[in-house]
Write a protein that binds this ligand. Structure first.
Ligand code: COA
Length: 149
């Protein structure tokens, strides 16, 4: 994800349907800040959220790994957003599964979580399909996760 993705990312994160479970859709400036945050994560950790695209190069959304503060503890989270024209084709599951494999096989992560609004059925289903199970709650949100032995 880089500066050249601003139009696509602003379109994705500015779409109220994609951002239904967030406080509000993101402005273009907020989308630029999202890209900058991911670039800082690439520099600091070697990973972050990446662009999902089709084999033909069409922009689909983003997916990747970020550290999230969960009740004062940093935990590795898989996150994903898919544009409305690409929904329900298995793309979030494919991308999130690749991130799970990377966390487990390449990064040596101890666990992977996803922090999800209980009403966000689609997101929960993606998490379950890659092997995450309900662990508890943080605030009003559900924490799903798996440990890697
Ligand atoms: C969550 C999201 C990424 C799923 O993307 P997707 O590419 O459509 O997901 P997949 O095609 O891989 O589907 C995975 C599973 O979820 C199910 N699913 C997808 N959308 C669903 C919906 N709206 N309601 C119920 N189930 C849904 C699919 O049927 C599939 O399950 P199945 O194989 O048992 O049928 C997408 O809906 C999205 O971007 N939502 C908005 C952003 C968001 O909330 N992100 C998560 C923040 S925690």
């Amino acid at each position: 994800m880089g500066a050249a993705d601003l139009d696509a990312m602003a379109g994705l994160l500015g779409d109220p349907r994609v951002m239904e479970f967030y406080p509000a859709p993101k402005t273009r400036d907020e989308a630029a800040a999202w890209i900058a945050w991911n670039q800082r994560n690439y520099a600091e950790h070697g990973y972050g959220l990446w662009i999902i695209e089709t084999h033909g190069g069409a922009f689909v959304g983003d997916c990747g790994l970020t550290w999230q503060d969960v009740d004062g503890v940093l935990r590795l989270e898989v996150g994903y957003h898919v544009g409305t024209e690409f929904l329900r084709r298995g793309l979030a599951t494919e991308a999130a599964g690749a991130c799970r494999d990377l966390a487990r096989d390449e990064l040596g992560a101890a666990e992977l979580v996803a922090i999800i609004d209980p009403a966000n059925t689609a997101s929960r289903r993606v998490a379950e399909k890659i092997g995450l199970r309900e662990l508890g709650t943080t605030g009003w949100r559900t924490v799903l996760g798996t440990t890697f032995g």
